[in-house]
Design a binder for this molecule. Structure first.
Ligand SMILES: Nc1nc2c(ncn2[C@@H]2O[C@H](COP(=O)(O)OP(=O)(O)OP(=O)(O)O)[C@@H](O)[C@H]2O)c(=O)[nH]1
Ligand SMILES: [Mg+2]
Length: 304
């Protein structure tokens, strides 16, 4: 099976919140992926060492300049040439963005469109504003359809649920609650490394090519109680949709050296049992020492 070559996986943050999510996700798998940050506000690039940064500031006033999504989209389209070498090399692009502001809402869509046109698989994680932010919600709703159309997989994340989840985990929602990191890291490490069973980008493509909606689910827990992990995964912040009709499913299980084939089967069967009977399933697994005593399930379900 061909190895994923250097630069093949790109994690991109667009807008303030998106950059924060991307930086923390990349921190977990920096040796396997590249980082791209796009914002009108340069403070989003702070402390992100080796990142490729694109500053959308046509006017030069430094911060929060992209108050309007259209303006942000316009500015990105002017700077897109600079991204060509990165996107030409990328086979899989994760876009992290919080919708409702100017930059993320305007520029993420442009980025997705360009990457797709270069035959890159685009998986977007889009944060949706809090309920008490009506203007931000209307901007988000206006942006979502085209962002979804330009992404192979577009995962809606309720920031409300993320914030709730963050409190329960004693994590910070602005850096993704630890949850966004798990998700991206799980997929990146599965795709980039050879594990017990290996998946590659072709498998991912097969799964995301099912028409219809798609989402990602994740759950982590004790190795003694795999069913609870599946339960948690079904209730994770990104599953606002009902997955029972899913036609495609890519499952990655991560555990410690104590993980057995029985654990894998238990996790996958209890998840797959709740999907469409003809669902196409691809299963991968990987063991690492730091996961001893624990199991983590990350799944992409598509064809919803
Ligand atoms: N309640 C709350 N929501 C926030 C906060 N920061 C970000 N958000 C949410 O995240 C969404 C995106 O915010 P940002 O990423 O800062 O926006 P941006 O894309 O940088 O857009 P501009 O700064 O307008 O160019 C907003 O619509 C809010 O719903 C915060 O501190 N508090
Ligand atoms: Mg901003």
């Amino acid at each position: 099976m061909p190895d994923v070559h250097e630069g093949a996986i790109l994690i991109a943050g667009v807008g303030g919140l998106g950059c924060s999510w991307a930086v923390s996700a990349h921190r977990e798998c920096g040796d396997l992926s590249d980082l791209l940050l796009i914002d009108a506000d340069e403070s989003s690039f702070r402390g992100s060492g080796q990142a490729h940064c694109l500053h959308l500031d046509a006017v030069g006033d430094g911060s929060g300049a992209a108050a309007l999504p259209n303006l942000a989209a316009h500015r990105l389209s002017e700077g897109l040439g600079a991204l060509d070498p990165l996107l030409d090399n990328a086979e899989l692009l994760f876009i992290m963005t919080g919708l409702g502001g100017g930059t993320g809402s305007g520029a993420s869509n442009e980025l997705a469109r360009l990457a797709r046109s270069k035959n890159c698989i685009v998986m977007t994680v889009a944060g949706l504003p809090f309920a008490e932010q009506p203007l931000r919600n209307s901007i988000a709703n206006a942006t979502l359809p085209s962002l979804e159309a330009n992404s192979d997989v577009c995962i809606r994340v309720s920031m409300e649920r993320l914030a709730w989840y963050a409190r329960a985990r004693e994590e910070n929602w602005e850096t993704g609650s630890g949850w966004i990191q798990d998700l991206v890291e799980g997929l990146v490490t599965t795709l980039a490394k050879v594990g017990k069973l290996n998946l590659d980008l072709m498998d991912l493509r097969t799964v995301v090519e099912h028409t219809g909606g798609a989402t990602l689910i994740v759950g982590t827990g004790n190795i003694m109680d795999p069913l609870k992990i599946v339960d948690r995964a079904r209730n994770s912040p990104l599953t606002e949709v009902n997955v029972s009709g899913a036609k495609g499913c890519l499952i990655q299980v991560e555990g410690g050296p104590d993980m057995t084939l029985a654990h894998l089967n238990q996790l996958s069967e209890s998840l797959v049992g709740s999907l469409h009977p003809d669902c196409q399933v691809i299963l991968g697994a990987r063991a690492s020492d730091e996961m001893v005593g624990k199991l983590r399930l990350v799944a992409v379900v598509s064809g919803l």
